[in-house]
Design a protein around this ligand. Structure first.
Ligand code: CTP
Ligand code: CA
Length: 224
């Protein structure tokens, strides 16, 4: 038996992690979602806990058990994820946004099941809140780590997100065509202002530990 987090690099810190997909309701029986399994975010939450942090995991609907010692808050929509994040961010030192949050929601949610009365159906969508960007715009926010899931131009797109969302770090991975989503392995390239680190293809558990190690390094070096 070993006690976790005794003297890990995140000892004494509070970390909030988002993970999984969100669901945006269309009607009482349908929703819009995406292929995120939540595995990476859960692995990051577990690794942060092992590194000694108090961890709150704000999770979309996934089929993964809660990592030991992690405080989990379940949400469905992007809007719910934002409010759960905001209320749990009090006193947080680091925010890691690993969730695949829906970019759009239905402008109106039908109160009853939509019937197939016509040959085509148009759903009007509106922008869902950007959880990470909203936190970034708030006055006193924690150290911010984003993810960037890209199918092309990974580095360029990741650097744009790092700058546009004013992040401290971003972990980029190539997705699509059997990559990343729902796999047990992944690779990441992590960027920060003036730095870059490749984390090569390995299990999401091992990758999450390396990422958390790197986050701890950059967090402790911040402002230096
Ligand atoms: N993110 C978020 N809320 C959203 C969309 C994204 O918090 N509504 C966060 C993700 O958790 C991730 C980062 O923003 O940490 C980048 O997400 P991504 O989908 O790669 O980028 P977007 O900014 O949504 O841009 P696009 O999808 O157009 O590439
Ligand atoms: Ca997006």
């Amino acid at each position: 038996f070993t006690t976790r987090g005794g003297a890990g690099p995140l000892q004494g810190l509070k970390v909030v992690v988002t993970a999984g997909p969100t669901r945006e309701k269309i009607d009482p029986v349908r929703f819009i979602s995406n292929r995120s399994s939540g595995k990476m975010g859960y692995a990051v939450a577990e690794a942060a806990r092992e590194a000694g942090a108090a961890v709150v995991l704000v999770s979309g609907p996934v089929q993964i058990p809660t990592p030991r010692g992690v405080d989990r808050v379940d949400v469905e929509s992007a809007e719910q994820m934002l409010s759960a994040v905001q209320s749990n961010l009090v006193g947080a030192d680091i925010f890691i946004a690993a969730a695949a949050v829906s970019d759009y929601r239905c402008r109106e949610i039908a109160g009853e099941k939509i019937k197939k009365t016509s040959d085509t159906l148009n759903l009007a969508l509106a922008r869902a809140p950007d959880v990470l960007a909203t936190v970034s715009r708030s006055e006193a926010h924690p150290f911010l780590v984003g993810f960037a899931a890209e199918t092309e131009h990974v580095e360029r797109n990741a650097l744009i997100k790092l700058n546009n969302k004013n992040l401290d770090m971003i972990a980029a991975n190539k997705v699509g065509d059997g990559l990343a989503f729902d796999k047990d392995e992944n690779a990441l390239t992590v960027y920060w202002q003036g730095g870059k680190q490749e984390l090569s293809m390995t299990s999401k558990t091992a990758l999450a530990r390396q990422l958390v190690e790197l986050i701890a390094q950059r967090y402790h070096a911040r402002g230096a």
